[in-house]
Design a protein around this ligand. Structure first.
Ligand SMILES: [Zn+2]
Length: 344
């Protein structure tokens, strides 16, 4: 039971429930998820009916993760492996080699058959972008796949899996609405999201943004002079309100581009990993909410300043407006005096 302690990190259960599950644990299937966000979704559905291990730790780069000895042990022990698919995990060949036919390997995003969008730039342009989870409606489809797979693996707990997935689906529908409302104040011309990895294509599509990045996917060359020149050109043409950095990537590219283009930067946005337990994105819902709030603040900043300036102008007009009748009266009163004075 080398992984019990780590698995418990993902089970946000009262202590009594954890102690109670010790005897049941022997019967619980061992489930592996490839990265922290998928791990959170699997945990929401699996609860205390599974033992979960997440391979790529919080804060690490999922695309090019290198499996650790502990990861291999977890995979050798696994009854079921969930991964995202669409080439997110560049290291799946090793996983297949380790697990073989002994346990099912489920590419959750691919299994949803949710419509994909293409990678927007770089050497993988046109291939399905793997970051489907950035749209909560796609995540509802993830939940169904996870619940169905867990139910097949562990039929005794199928009702629990389906009930948890149904509850999560409702939460996700509310989250989708909430994000739409959070982002509503951003004016049309400011709806441009520029990040390091162009990983927000599904988010941009769901909430009406244009989107681009320094590079298209973390699976490719990162930060070449050509990539930087291309995005600087685009920034100069489109003048976004801010540039964004992501939690799992070095911010040095976006910082130097921001300095060159004299734009503010905001971050971190979370896309390929949850945050540490004391951070802003400890679970999927918190992550999406944090991102939406950060984007709204950054992209309405200029707008807020303009609005304040407008309000100051309006107030000034109002003061002038109130003052002017008196002023005019005064002028009218004064004018004859001056005239009289002039006549004299
Ligand atoms: Zn990514």
């Amino acid at each position: 039971m080398r992984f019990t302690r780590r698995a418990c990190i993902w089970l946000t259960l009262p202590l009594a429930a954890m102690v109670g599950s010790v005897t049941a644990a022997a019967a619980n299937p061992k489930v592996v998820a490839s990265f922290s966000i998928l791990g959170d979704l699997v945990n929401k559905v699996g609860g205390n009916d599974i033992e979960l291990v997440v391979l790529t730790p919080v804060g690490a780069e999922v695309h090019e993760w290198e499996l650790t000895p502990n990861n291999f042990i977890a995979l050798e022990d696994a009854d079921l492996v969930f991964y995202n698919g669409y080439q997110l995990e560049q290291w799946m060949r090793q996983v297949y080699a380790t697990v073989g036919n002994r346990a099912p390997l489920v590419p959750v995003a691919e299994a949803t058959e949710y419509p994909t969008r293409p990678i927007v730039t770089g050497e993988y342009t046109g291939e399905p972008d793997p970051h489907l989870w950035m749209d909560p409606r796609a995540v509802a489809a993830y939940m169904k796949v996870i619940a169905d797979q867990l139910s097949e693996l562990h039929p005794e707990a199928a009702d629990n899996f389906q009930a948890r997935a149904a509850a999560a689906t409702e939460t996700l529908a509310r989250l989708h609405e909430e994000i739409g409302e959070l982002l509503a104040p951003i004016p049309e011309e400011q709806r441009l999201l520029i990040t390091t990895e162009a990983a927000f294509v599904y988010f941009a599509d769901a909430y009406g943004f244009r989107h681009d990045g320094v590079w298209g996917s973390n699976a490719e060359t990162e930060g070449s002079p050509q990539q930087v020149m291309r995005i600087v050109d685009l920034i100069e043409q489109s003048q976004p309100g801010a540039l964004f950095w992501e939690s799992t990537l070095s911010d040095r590219y976006i910082r130097s581009i921001a300095a060159d283009t004299e734009l503010p930067i905001a971050g971190p946005l979370y896309v390929d990993s949850l945050s540490e337990p004391d951070g802003d994105a400890t679970n999927y819902v918190a992550m999406m909410r944090h991102n939406a709030k950060l984007i709204r603040t950054a992209l309405t900043m200029g707008e807020a300043e303009e609005r304040e300036a407008e309000e100051r102008d309006t107030e000034a007009d109002a003061v002038e407006g109130e003052a002017s009748p008196e002023g005019e009266d005064a002028e009218e009163n004064e004018a004859p005096e001056r005239d009289e004075a002039g006549d004299e």
